[in-house]
Write a protein that binds this ligand. Structure first.
Ligand code: C2E
Ligand code: MG
Ligand code: MG
Length: 555
């Protein structure tokens, strides 16, 4: 009987797949000869290095972070870029497995880069990768089926969705007839190149047959598939140079979604093909979902996006201000700026209805800038009019908070309005901080360095660990209204509310409660030492001139 370790080594040395073992921190413990050969590094030179050096920079950073995350089952990535010793990137399929220690925590990770098998065509003597289409080099239908299957397994586990987009060139036979098959082939090759460029590492592009291609993409929301479809449509719209002529083509795209439209590859493919036919019948150069309600949804989203852009340009957004009252004195000490959309046709629209779409489409960045500026100018105007100053809180969305120019925009809003930074506070939520704690702390500190306050909104609803709280350079905690709502009758809620107030005291933070509607809420919060209270009991959010009536004149 061969010893386990020796057996393990022999297997590793013999396998054609490139294998790397790392510790839980991602540092390389062992690689096999196939791995060294594939990556071109000197034998023995990789052990002890940070494996991320081989994957970072050339892959999506989020993806890299995910590689060394805990997970019980092997994860499979169809196309990952790795770094060759000579500096070039290569693309492979990668599987990642974590090995648990006695306590069930991952102690090591095993990464396997799957070797591609090659086969030689007996007739032509041409060597090509098995499972890849000879003309375009894209994966063929069998590989696509395999990857869709793998992704369905992943999606099932993580409760996620995937989209299968099938696309056919409109009027491709005309091109073949007019310019000949060689030109047709050249076009298909170029279509394949353009497709490969627009997809992400986690996606797979494939050629099905003739003029039909497919893209499989894991999605978080239906809109993600719309974004891919639009990118593909745009990539194909640019003219092709064939036989010295500019040729224009378009795609018809059919989209099906796992799990709503089908449970396996065959079902999804059928659905996507039928949706593609509808797209063609409707004139081509467009996408269609298999499920008709999805088409309505996608249309509504596009419509809303268009209307939002117009609203921004036409100043149809308004800020309302909700007072934050100090319960001891009943004085208004602060305000939260809350956006509303005053639509000439649909009337007043609340942020719940458009902020999520604004976030998905990226429009939130422009809207957020507008809110920031408007709030600063208004606060300064009240000060100039002789009212006792109030601290203005502005909600900042996740995308805004992560944007590189956040600081520049805050600085510009302050400078242009001449508002002293101490009167501005940004409200962020816990969920924005947890993906990249160190990065978030750095950004928070930068905001604090400007002299602005920083508040954690809806505190208690996120899942941030209390151990981080002391490290966050914040000034304020805002208790979520869930812990205020039934505080007068539910001892558990009361206990949590008290704990949050106590925690804020301990960390020397200001504590604000939101959603106080009843006299009992106010009494409880006041008795337990809450600094300020925001809620319908005192006031609903008000338009600027109504809010002004709540302010104290000092000069
Ligand atoms: P939030 O930041 O937690 O704002 C507090 C919400 O609670 C506001 O809803 C406010 O009207 C509501 N509220 C205040 N007091 C009470 C009360 O006593 N009872 C009840 N039931 N509700 C109360 P609103 O204005 O609809 O805003 C909803 C959310 O939309 C905000 O939650 C915030 O996350 C987002 N939002 C609003 N304005 C902006 C903005 O300018 N930018 C961004 N990124 N998000 C915004
Ligand atoms: Mg808020
Ligand atoms: Mg809140």
């Amino acid at each position: 009987m061969v010893e386990t370790e020796a057996l393990f080594s022999a297997v590793l040395d013999a396998t054609a797949d490139a294998v790397m073992v790392t510790d839980r921190g991602g540092f390389i413990r062992r690689v096999n000869p196939a791995f060294e050969k594939l990556t071109g590094f000197e034998p023995g030179s990789l052990v002890g290095r940070d494996a991320r050096d081989l994957f970072a920079e050339i892959n999506d950073p989020e993806f890299c972070a995910e590689l060394w995350e805990q997970g019980e089952t092997p994860r499979y990535y169809p196309s990952v870029r790795s770094l060759h010793a000579d500096g070039r990137a290569q693309v492979h399929a990668l599987s990642m497995t974590s090995i648990a220690d006695g306590a069930g925590k991952p102690s090591q990770f095993v990464a396997v880069i799957l070797s591609e098998s090659f086969q030689t065509d007996a007739a032509t003597g041409e060597t090509r990768r098995v499972g890849h289409d000879a003309l375009t080099g894209l994966p063929d239908r069998s590989i696509l089926a395999d990857r869709v299957g793998q992704n369905i397994l992943n999606a099932k586990r993580a409760n996620k969705s995937i989209a299968l987009l099938v696309m056919g060139l409109d009027r491709f036979t005309l091109i073949n007839d007019a310019l000949g098959y060689a030109a047709g082939d050249q076009m298909l090759r170029e279509v394949a190149e353009r497709l490969a460029k627009v997809i992400r590492v986690s996606d797979t592009a494939a050629r099905l047959d003739g003029d039909k291609f497919a893209v499989m993409t894991p999605i978080a929301a239906i809109d993600d598939s719309v974004i891919v479809a639009e990118k593909v449509l745009n990539a194909i719209k640019k003219p092709f140079q064939l036989k010295g002529e500019e040729v224009f083509v378009t795609f018809s795209i059919g989209i099906s979604i796992y799990p709503t439209d089908g449970e396996d590859f065959d079902d999804l493919l059928k659905d996507s093909l039928s949706a593609m036919q509808y797209a063609k019948q409707d004139g081509g150069s467009q996408y269609r979902f298999f499920a008709s309600e999805m088409n309505a949804k996608a249309k509504n989203r596009l419509e809303l996006e268009k209307r939002m852009r117009a609203a921004l340009a036409n100043e149809h957004f308004v800020l309302f201000y909700q007072p934050k009252v100090e319960p001891k004195t009943n004085r208004v000490k602060g305000a939260e700026a809350l956006i509303r959309w005053r639509d000439p046709v649909h009337g007043m629209i609340g942020p719940g209805e458009f902020i999520p779409v604004a976030e998905e489409t990226g429009l939130i960045v422009d809207i957020g800038t507008w809110v920031m500026r408007k709030a600063c100018f208004q606060t300064k105007a009240w000060q100039d009019a002789g009212y006792a100053p109030v601290k203005m809180s502005v909600n900042v969305s996740s995308m805004q908070f992560k944007a590189k120019d956040l600081l520049d925009k805050v600085k510009a809003a302050l400078a242009d309005s001449k508002l002293d930074p101490k009167w501005l506070e940004l409200e962020i939520t816990e969920s924005m901080l947890m993906n990249d704690v160190e990065g978030a702390i750095a950004r928070m500190q930068a905001v604090r360095d400007l002299g602005c306050g920083l508040s954690i909104d809806d505190f208690g609803t996120g899942y941030s660990s209390l151990s981080y709280l002391g490290r966050f350079p914040i000034t304020t905690l805002k208790i979520d209204r869930a812990f205020v709502k039934d505080v007068q009758e539910n001892p558990n809620t009361a206990e949590i509310a008290r704990a949050i107030i106590g925690l804020s005291r301990g960390l020397n933070l200001e504590v604000v409660a939101e959603g106080a509607e009843l006299k009992e809420h106010i009494d409880f919060l006041k008795d337990n030492g809450c600094d300020s209270i925001q809620g319908f009991f005192y006031s609903k959010p008000l338009e600027a001139h109504d809010f002004e009536a709540k302010l104290t004149k000092i000069s």
